[in-house]
Write a protein that binds this ligand. Structure first.
Ligand SMILES: Nc1ncnc2c1ncn2[C@@H]1O[C@H](COP(=O)(O)OP(=O)(O)O)[C@@H](O)[C@H]1O
Ligand SMILES: [Mg+2]
Length: 397
């Protein structure tokens, strides 16, 4: 502390700070603790009386050794340390205090009567936050100095509380995101099934009727036959778009396993984008023991990555590798495109990669993004196979 290096005399007028007269307010209602170390009981008592005005908890010690013992168990906002004490004096005590990890940054205020002989040593003392005060003590000066450290302590405390709060709300947000993700997947599955069962079945029945009408009107009613043919075509087009909607919501091929779903998705991707895809699976049964939740998550990650390839990569080839070992499943998605731009991943409403990260996190997995400008992008996902993550959001569903 800069002002610790100045020698202050008692004649210097004390600045009148009204804040000194109002006790500082602890952010969580827990008062700060101040340690008063003095071998002279009368002086100790006087200091305690002054410091207590700040509404803090005051603890006393009669020697440096006592103080060190107390500092092992408790953290103090500031230590008021008498310099002249038998056995270990104030300076030695301070050095020992600051030599320990727990109290390395505990501020110390030295209290001394002899300005001249000690001032050199104050200047030489460099460890930790240090201040000093001369006796006879001016209560206002003592209060003002202690208050600075108590305020600091409370500020630190407030920061810690806020950090805890932030951490908690981050966890809550993540849980909410996972929860929403699970609900969304279930909802998509339900809607896809309903469309398939209700709309799909009706359309099929309609098609059979229209087809029969078409066959039977062939030669006798050419006009009607033409109408029937038109209706049949309409029905076929509708069946096709219903299928597309179902696939968009949740491809039924997922029920056949991840491999089948990946193959289907790649075929779709090639058809739409004209970018050739290569799929390499290490063993045929890599999706053995893969529950639906994980298969769906990996499938969604693949979909999102392929969307990114189409939208951003300008690639001419895509390669997917899937493999597993005893405990983990690995999926790598690479393109040979332009690579990610340095600032590309931090756009305001870009949630694709964020969604991938969230899905990987939900599965307790790992995600690596490798990309160099001009050298394409590779997304590497690996997830554990045995343990199902048990987040609180999961038990709620
Ligand atoms: N395969 C890729 N090749 C090049 N850039 C990519 C690729 N994937 C993602 N990016 C970059 O990362 C950014 C963030 O992607 P994403 O989170 O999916 O959001 P969005 O696709 O909506 O922009 C993209 O805007 C793009 O700049
Ligand atoms: Mg995207």
């Amino acid at each position: 502390m800069g002002h610790a290096m100045k020698i202050e005399h008692q004649e210097v007028p004390v600045f009148t700070n009204t804040r000194v007269h109002q006790a500082p307010v602890a952010p969580d209602g827990v008062p700060a603790s101040v340690l008063v170390v003095d071998d002279n009981p009368a002086k100790q008592k006087a200091i305690v009386a002054v410091v207590s005005r700040l509404g803090v908890q005051v603890t006393t010690a009669n020697s440096g050794r006592d103080a060190l013992r107390l500092l092992l168990k408790q953290d103090f906002a500031v230590v008021l340390l008498d310099v002249k004490m038998p056995n270990i004096d104030g300076f030695e005590t301070a050095t020992l205090i600051h030599g320990r990890p727990r109290s390395a940054h505990t501020p110390v205020i030295f209290i001394t009567a002899e300005a001249d002989s000690d001032s050199e040593r104050f200047l030489g003392y460099t460890m930790g936050a240090v201040d000093y005060i001369f006796s006879p003590i001016v209560p206002e000066v003592l209060c003002a100095k202690v208050r600075v450290f108590v305020d600091l302590w409370y500020m630190q405390r407030k920061l810690i509380l806020q950090t805890d709060e932030l951490r908690e709300s981050k966890v809550l947000l993540q849980q909410l995101a996972s929860h929403q993700e699970i609900i969304k997947e279930e909802e998509r599955k339900r809607i896809a099934r309903e469309i398939h069962d209700e709309l799909g079945q009706n359309l099929l029945a309609l098609r059979i009727d229209a087809s029969m009408l078409h066959a039977r009107t062939g030669s006798m009613h050419p006009k009607l036959n033409e109408k029937a043919e038109y209706a049949l075509k309409q029905i076929d087009a509708t069946i096709k778009s219903v299928r597309a909607i179902i696939n968009d919501l949740r491809p039924p091929v997922l029920d056949l396993g991840l491999q089948a779903a990946i193959e289907w998705q790649l075929k779709e991707f090639q058809r739409r984008s004209n970018i050739p895809c290569q799929l390499q699976v290490q063993s045929e049964d890599f999706d053995r023991c893969l529950d639906e939740k994980r298969a769906t998550a990996l499938f969604r990650i693949l979909q999102e990555s392929l969307t990114n390839v189409t939208r951003h990569a300008k690639a001419s080839a895509v390669r997917i590798e899937v493999s597993r070992d005893a405990t983990r499943l690995y999926m790598n998605i690479s393109d040979n495109g332009i690579g990610m731009q340095q600032n590309g991943t931090k756009r305001g409403n870009s949630f694709g990669l964020q969604g991938i990260k969230e899905r990987v996190r939900m599965l307790d997995g790992e995600l690596k993004l490798e990309s160099d400008p001009g050298c394409g992008t590779t997304l590497k996902v690996s997830i554990p196979l045995d343990l199902l993550p048990t987040g609180p959001s999961e038990s709620r569903v």
